[in-house]
Structures are given as C-alpha cells and as structure tokens.
Write a protein that binds this ligand. Structure first.
Ligand SMILES: Cc1ncc(COP(=O)(O)O)c(C=O)c1O
Length: 395
C-alpha cells in the first residue's frame, strides 16, 4: 500500500566523521578533468602513481589466470598459497628474513588497506597512536576510525626527517598502542640508518607498542642504496608489522595487492579484522603478484633505473628553474621548500590553475608539511623538465 511519502528527518553522520580530515588531492581529479576539457595540457606530479607499465610477464599471468574458473572463487584471508610462498621466498632472498608463509604473512588488498585496518586490532577509544607529520594519511585515518587519537611527531630537516622517539612525551608513550614509521619516507624521501631501526625496535619493546613499519618504497632506491626490513632487527618480530606493496615496485598501483609480515599474533589479529571486512583479493591478481615477485631480480633494476634517471632530470630542471631541490636517495618523490613569500597550498593551487601542473602541497600531509612541496617522478623526463619551466614561471 503506497501512501504519501513521509518527509525524512535529517540523518546524522557518526561523530567520528566530524573531525575527519579531507584526503590529500581529493579534489584534483575533478579539477584536472575540467582543465583538460578546456584544453589545458595538465602535467600531473601529484599522486605517487607512475605512467609506467607493469612487467609483461605479470600481465600475461593475470590474463591466463583469469581464464581459469577456479580463480573466480572467494579467496578468503588465506588467499593463494603460492602467493604466500612467493612472499616468504622473496623476503628471505631480499632481506634474509625467514617467515612462516601461513602464520607470519597476510595478503592485503593494497598495503593501504592493511595499514588502515591495523588500528582496529590494537586501538581502543581514547588510545593514542604516534604518526609522522607530514605523513601518509591512512595512519591518521585508521586511528580515527578505531576511535583513537593520533599524536603527530614532526619530521624536520634538521633531524633528517627521522622521528626522535625519545622526544615522545612519557605520558603519550604510556598510552601509545601503535607507532607508524615509513622509511624510505613519503613525502620527505628520507631514509633511515640501521642504528635508527634498532633504536625504534628497542623503544617499542620497552613500551609495549606495535611498530607499524611501512616499507612501500623498499625497492625504489638509488645509487646502490638498499633499504632494509625492520624484521632484520633482533627482537623486531615481537613488536613489528611490516607492510609491503607491489604498487610502486612493479607499477601496479591499480591492482591493489600487497602484504603484511610480522609476528603470528599480529598477523592473526589483522586477519580476524579483515575477515569481517573483505574476502581477499581476486586470486588471479595473486597469481600475477607471484609472477611479479618472481620477476624481481630481472625486471626491477631496469624500472628503478628509469626512476633514477627521472630523478636526475627533475632535480636538474627544478634547480635550473630556481627551486632549492635536494637529491633524494629513495622513493618516487622530490620534497623541496616552497618559494619564499608564499605557502604550500597557495603555491600548489597557482601551479594547477595558472600552469596546469599538479603538485602536492606539504600541508595536505599534515601541518608539519607546511613550507614544502612534493613532486612525484610519475612522468617522463621531458615532461618533468616542462613542469619545472612552468613552475619556474611562478617565481
Ligand atoms: C607511504 C605509503 N605507504 C603505503 C602506500 C600504499 O600503497 P598501496 O595501497 O597501493 O599498496 C603508499 C602509496 O602511496 C605510500 O605512499
């Protein structure tokens, strides 16, 4: 029986969304589309999402796997056993870290997914997590979704962008459940020396804090530098969960595949949370991810060489255009000071609207990022040089 439609009362959103920050670059796809529609040749150096192709063997593996009806079944948290085995083999080969594939590894639908869900395993309302500022925003978002309070620790040039854990106030440390660290670092491109890894493991063991070590950029490193795994450090397995991603290493950002590695209890807790949220990544993608890991020794060096030559081209062009640009040793970002007399949001907005260049304002990654801009190595060298000239015109 259809009566007249009753007027609906306003439906309130949950309070947890009230203080939620806006995700960085959230309005860029819309503005970019409008600019392109009006004929502007937009150069997008915003997100860490390169224009490069994944390994051909990976695409072939996906194509073939997709034909197999067994691949269309639910993956569940177990996922593809061969992917877990390939991860274990790679972690041993790359870092000398031995992991039990079924209890110390968990496939993720992109590392962001696992990073954001980790807080649901350890954070109760009122608990604290320590997050880098500026930093990758899912550390903040995951904490807020769990009802926790992120405590921002600044990343400063004078500290080489390393969080000094000894400066975390004692009353914060005692309430901290997770410390999020990410080296090689987005956005500062900083790297962490081994002694630093040892120190933060010791700090987390002493304070019973989970160390979320985000290693998304472990393979994008230059001039022979090889970033370590936190799990190489003695005692890390009791406190650390390390996140890995195929996104940057293999140009597979859209495929949404990564993994968590760490102690059995943490991996079991994350798997338990995820079992109520997702049912695993498409098995054919896991077949392809295994092929990617198996292509690592042969394929990744060429990809890294491309990023390194883009880095050299970008730094040279940005310096020539008048920017004070350091030479990063890792990641796909150049993090450089905003020109005098302006702030990061104003400069990034002018870059987009007046010059059609998308760059990340440092302040979008936390108040500690003010005073800096981030440009990603996501375009060929000639486009990076063009972007530098256009940005130079704003000085
Ligand atoms: C520091 C950091 N961690 C994790 C990720 C997540 O990558 P994905 O979810 O694609 O694995 C990114 C992506 O930009 C990142 O910058």
């Amino acid at each position: 029986m259809n009566g007249p439609i009753v007027e609906s009362a306003a439906i309130p959103l949950a309070r947890r969304l009230e203080g939620f920050p806006v995700y960085p670059l959230a309005d860029v796809p819309r503005i970019r589309r409008e600019l392109r529609a009006s004929g502007v040749d937009v150069i997008d150096l915003g997100a860490g999402d390169a224009d490069l192709a994944p390994p051909p063997s990976v695409v072939a593996a996906l194509r073939e796997a997709a034909e197999d009806p067994a691949m269309s079944r639910y993956p569940f948290q177990l996922g593809l056993p061969e992917f877990r085995e390939a991860v274990a083999k790679w972690m041993d080969l790359r870092f000398g870290v031995r992991l039990e594939p079924y209890r110390q590894i968990l496939p993720l639908i992109g590392s962001k997914e696992g990073i954001a869900h980790l807080a649901l395993c350890y954070v109760d309302p009122g608990d604290v997590t320590v997050v880098p500022d500026p930093g990758y925003q899912p550390y903040v978002g995951g904490t807020l979704l769990a009802g926790g309070q992120p405590y921002a620790m600044p990343l400063k040039a004078e500290d080489e962008f390393l969080i000094d854990v000894d400066r975390i106030p004692a009353d914060i440390a005692s309430r901290t459940r997770i410390l999020y660290l990410n080296y090689p670092n987005n956005p500062t491109a900083a790297i962490a020396p081994r002694a630093y890894l040892e120190h933060v493991v010791e700090f987390c063991r002493r304070n019973a804090i989970v160390l979320a070590w985000d290693n998304a950029y472990s393979e994008i490193a230059f001039d022979g530098y090889r970033p370590p795994s936190i799990l190489e450090v003695d005692g890390a397995m009791d406190v650390a969960v390390e996140f890995h991603s195929l996104s940057k290493t293999y140009n597979m950002t859209g495929w949404r595949i990564g993994w968590a590695a760490g102690g059995e209890d943490a991996i079991a807790a994350l798997s338990r949370v995820k079992s109520f949220v997702d049912t695993g990544q498409f098995l054919a993608v896991q077949v392809a991810a295994r092929a990617a890991l198996e292509s690592w020794a042969e394929w990744v060096p060429g990809n890294v060489a491309e990023f390194q030559s883009r880095r050299d081209a970008m730094v040279a062009a940005f310096r020539a255009a008048g920017f004070e640009t350091p030479l990063p040793q890792a990641t796909m970002y150049v993090w450089f000071p905003v020109p005098a007399g302006t702030d990061s949001n104003s400069f990034a907005r002018r870059a987009l609207l007046e010059q059609g260049v998308v760059i990340m304002p440092g302040a979008a990654l936390g108040p500690g990022g003010e005073g800096y801009l981030r440009a990603a190595l996501t375009q060929p060298a000639t486009r990076l040089a063009d972007a530098a000239r256009r940005l130079g015109a704003l000085l």
